[in-house]
Design a protein around this ligand. Sequence first.
Ligand code: NAP
Length: 261
Amino acid sequence: MRFNSLANAGPVLALITAAAMFLGVQTDSRAEVSAMEPQTVLITGANRGLGLEFARQYKDAGWRVIGTARDPQDAQELKALGVRVMQLDVASQDSVAALAAQLDDEPIDLLINNAGIFPRVGKLDEIDFDDYNRTLAVNTVGPVRVTRALLPNLRAGKLKIIAGLSSNLGSIAENERGNFYGYRESKAALNMFTKTLAAELGPEGFTCIVLTPGWVQTDMGGPNATLTPEESIAGMKAVLDRLTPADNGTFWSYNGGQMPW
Ligand code: NAP
C-alpha cells in the first residue's frame, strides 16, 4: 500500500496507528517520520548540475542537506544555499574514509549517489582504457564505496533510502542503438549493484533504488537536452518522497514510471 502524504493516508493510517498504540507498537510510517522532524540527505557531486538542484530542492523542503564537492572551495553556488558542504572524491578511498570519519555516526536518512562522468565514446576502437577505467571507478565503484562507508549512518537514519543516479543508457532492455561504451556499462553495473544491495539490506527496512533523470540541461547533458534541472529533480524528488519499502530494488524514471532493467 502506498501513502503519498498524511492527508491522503487518512483513515487507514489512523486505524493502523490506533491499533499499534493499542498493541504498544511504535509506528514509523515514512509520512509520519517526515511530518515529525527534518530528515537528512547526503548528495554526492552537489556543486553543480543535478546534484546542486537536488540540494536546492531538499533545502527548500526543510531537509538537513549535506552536499559534497571534490573542491569545496570552489562550490560557491552550493555554499550559497546554506547547506553543509563536505569534501568528497568518490574515486578516492582516502577521501571517502575521511568523510565517513567526520560524519561519525550521524544519522543519514537518504543517500543520493549522484556524482558521475560521461566520456563520449562511440565505437569500440575509440575506447581509451584509462578513461574507461575512470568511468567505472567514478560511476560504479564510487557509489559502492560511498554506500559501504556510510552504511552505519544510514542504519542510524529513519528512512533508510539509498538512491543511485542511473541512466536510460544503463538499461540493457532499452539498448537498441549502442554507442557510449564505458558509460552504459558503468550504469548497468550500478543497477546490478543496487539490486544486490536491495536483497542484502531489504530485511533491515532499506529501500535501494536507481533513478534516471531523463536528458537534462547540465554540463553533462548539454544545452540541447529536453529537461531543465528543476523539472528533472522535481520529478525524481516526487518519486523519492513516495517510496515505501515495497519499492526496494526498483528502477525509476524521473517522470514516475518504472524503467525496464
Ligand atoms: P554534471 O553536470 O557533469 O555534474 C557531475 C557532478 O559529479 C559534478 O558535481 C562533479 O564534480 C561530480 N563528480 C565527477 N567526478 C567526481 C568524483 N570523482 N567524485 C565526486 N564527484 C565527482 O552531471 P549531471 O548532469 O549533473 O549528472 C549527475 C548524475 O546524473 C550523473 O551520475 C549522471 O551520469 C546522471 N545522468 C545525467 C543525465 C543528464 O542528461 N544530465 C542523464 C542521465 C544520467 P566536479 O565539479 O568536481 O567535476
